[in-house]
Design a protein around this ligand. Structure first.
Ligand SMILES: *Cc1c(COP(=O)(O)O)cnc(C)c1O
Length: 427
């Protein structure tokens, strides 16, 4: 039988009700699960049987939704986390420990940059950042003997650089380590990094997957392709007995397809407990059911707004990978043939005062730090998130004072463009 298309998976994958069972995924609002005998429960603790015992580690609602996302990404196993940050942290910490090293693209989400460069460093995990545009030689040179992971973001938030996934995968695999890709902005509707060689995919489901600005969440998807045992010396956590789980060796017992997520669930979720609530998983699933319908509209609106801004005399520069003038246009055509996302950034010629006046004059686009939901929103870093920096410092950081980031929602594009046009006129 033909494999179901992406839209069918978005609507139906991950949950198949039996006869007379609820059509919608039930919210299992229970911290614990009941067993008839201690032996039954003991088998779960020994990972001899699969089942649920405590919602800090696993919950059936979450697992249905995670299974859907695994299918959408073309992965073998997945788990939900309480936020995108939790997903990134847990996915990295599942294979990196004190003394290990990460090679990461320098163009990644600020929260991830801090996590890797500051917090993981305190835990003894060091890193080297490379430009996403680096050559294969530069990438190779960044790899050290203790490198355990290569990390990048398909479309970086907010820089909007596009990752050459094959180049990064090739370098990672040549060194015997996996490639992890944050695929938040394109979602699996527009790019599936596993098809290009990624081994682990993470998301902030807070963005397009939920898509309505309703709940925080994250997900980790494992492609199930990385051969941990072939690199057993690098990954003792997966390839040697876990004394905290009765001497189980995850890679042996659960194979390439199950080891990563099983370890992350039974060991890290047990110890850190940053699981998504089943209520949030249910809301996330409502978003997923229309993801394939919403993403093309975000892209259409993003493209139309980018083209309008590029032609406007008050605008100095527009950054959107769907514009032929963009540095990443060719790479985007390869990895994102259906478009990337609805986020566009642009610089106003009038600098800080122009940006202030412009933002104040918007009627539809709201000022928010959020991106990637149904309602269009805008941010001027110079007067908000980066307001402690001078114009000079901002320019050096590649965030000129007149820079505005707009996340195009699902409204009518004529209305969005009219709103931008009237706000530009006020400058
Ligand atoms: C927002 C975001 C994150 C962090 O996700 P939270 O859900 O806010 O914790 C990570 N990566 C990217 C690309 C993001 O946009």
């Amino acid at each position: 039988m033909r494999e179901y298309g992406l839209g069918t998976k978005a609507v139906q994958a991950g949950y198949r009700p039996g006869n007379g069972e609820p059509r919608q995924i039930p919210i299992i609002q229970s911290t614990t699960f009941k067993y008839d005998t201690s032996e039954d429960m003991g088998k779960l603790f020994d990972l001899e049987a699969s089942g649920y015992f405590y919602s800090r580690l696993q919950n059936p609602t979450n697992d249905h939704v995670a299974a859907k996302i695994a299918e959408l990404e073309g992965g073998k196993a997945a788990m939900l986390t309480s936020s995108g940050q939790a997903a990134t942290f847990m996915a990295i910490f599942n294979i990196c420990e004190c003394g290990d090293h990460i090679v990461a693209s320098s163009s990644i989400y600020g929260g991830t940059f801090n996590l890797i460069s500051v917090t993981l460093k305190k835990m003894g995990i060091t890193s080297t950042f490379v430009s996403p545009d680096c050559t294969e030689e530069e990438l190779e040179a960044a790899m050290l003997d203790n490198t355990k992971l290569v990390f990048g973001e398909t479309i970086a938030n907010p820089a909007l650089t596009v990752l050459d996934i094959e180049k990064f995968a090739k370098a990672a695999h040549a060194h015997g380590v996996p490639l992890m890709v944050d695929n938040t902005f394109p979602t699996p509707v527009n790019c599936r990094p596993i098809e290009w060689g990624a081994d682990i995919v993470t998301h902030s489901t807070t963005k397009y997957m939920d898509g309505h600005g309703a709940c925080l969440g994250g997900v980790i998807v494992d492609a199930g392709k990385f051969d941990w045992m072939a690199h057993a010396d690098k990954y003792p956590g997966l390839c040697t007995p876990d004394e905290s789980y009765h001497g189980i060796t995850y890679a042996e017992k659960f194979g390439n397809e199950g080891a990563f997520i099983t370890k992350c669930t039974s060991q890290l979720m047990r110890d850190f407990g940053c699981i998504q609530s089943p209520q949030h998983a249910f809301i996330l699933n409502l978003g997923l059911e229309s993801l394939h319908v919403r993403m093309p509209r975000h892209v259409e609106n993003g493209q139309a707004v980018a083209e309008f801004l590029e032609a406007h005399p008050q605008v100095a520069f527009v950054n959107y990978p769907g514009l032929p003038s963009n540095k990443y246009y060719e790479v985007a055509q390869k990895y994102l043939p259906k478009g990337g996302c609805g986020v566009v950034s642009f610089e106003l010629k009038g600098g800080r005062p122009a940006a202030e006046k412009f933002m104040k004059s918007l009627k539809l686009a709201a000022i928010e730090t959020h991106v990637a939901d149904a309602r269009t929103c805008c941010l001027n870093p110079a007067t908000s998130t980066h307001r402690q920096m001078t114009d000079e410092q901002l320019r050096e950081a590649g965030i000129p004072a007149g820079l505005v980031r707009i996340s195009c929602g699902l409204e009518d594009r004529e209305d969005l463009i009219a709103d931008l046009a009237q706000a530009l006129e006020q400058i």
